[in-house]
Design a protein around this ligand. Structure first.
Ligand code: MN3
Length: 202
């Protein structure tokens, strides 16, 4: 089974002014579509065709650049779209909020740690909130299209929230102001989806 580009559950302009419509159109329709097509090419005719993307990434040969970049790019952007909502922002609730408070002391301290991970990732990459089995949460970041499911990357947990800090994710609207983009991301975080993923993986 070939992987397919998932449709967005909101329109390209739904996240404005935090994420502009043109960026969403190009990011989803061109960049994510490109990773999807190249992922399919890289697994064509191999036994990976029948594996889930999680299984592929967990067992990946990090020397296989085409699979690493495009498999990572496919998974990361799927999570990114689900990490946002036009009705997002605010604070998580329930067991996820408890886990965040337990790990960071407060939601504001978590926001600082996540924002710092995103702001200090040199060049292109991602910031993550991950859950470990048992429910502990941790923040980490990774370069390029790597993610913590891959061997030896990040904190080794399961990513439940991801922020793309490649310039293609924000440059049209924010130019060099990555910290402003990071701050705006918090206005659209879909905590309902992140909580669902937390409950599933903890
Ligand atoms: Mn991207």
């Amino acid at each position: 089974m070939a992987f397919t580009l998932p449709a967005l559950s909101y329109s390209n302009d739904a996240l404005e002014p935090n994420i502009d419509a043109k960026t969403m159109e190009i990011h989803h329709g061109k960049h994510h579509n490109g990773y999807t097509t190249k992922l399919n090419t890289s697994i064509e005719g191999s036994d990976l065709e029948n594996k889930s993307i999680e299984e592929i990434l967990k067992n990946i040969d990090m020397g296989n650049a085409a699979l690493r970049n495009n498999g990572g790019g496919y998974f990361n952007h799927c999570l990114f779209w689900e990490s946002m909502s036009p009705n997002g922002g605010g604070l998580p609730t329930g067991s996820l909020l408890e886990a965040i408070n337990s790990a960071f002391g407060s939601f504001d301290s978590f926001k600082d740690a996540f924002s710092k991970a995103a702001a200090t990732r040199f060049g292109s990459g991602w910031a993550w909130l991950c859950v470990h089995s048992g429910g502990e949460v941790e923040v980490c970041s990774s370069p390029n299209q790597d993610n913590p499911l891959m061997p030896g990357v990040g904190c080794g947990g399961y990513p439940i929230l991801g922020l793309d800090v490649w310039e293609h994710a924000y440059y049209l609207n924010y130019q060099n102001r990555r910290p402003d983009y990071i701050n705006s991301f918090f206005n659209v975080i879909n905590w309902e989806n992140v909580s669902k993923s937390y409950n599933l993986r903890s």
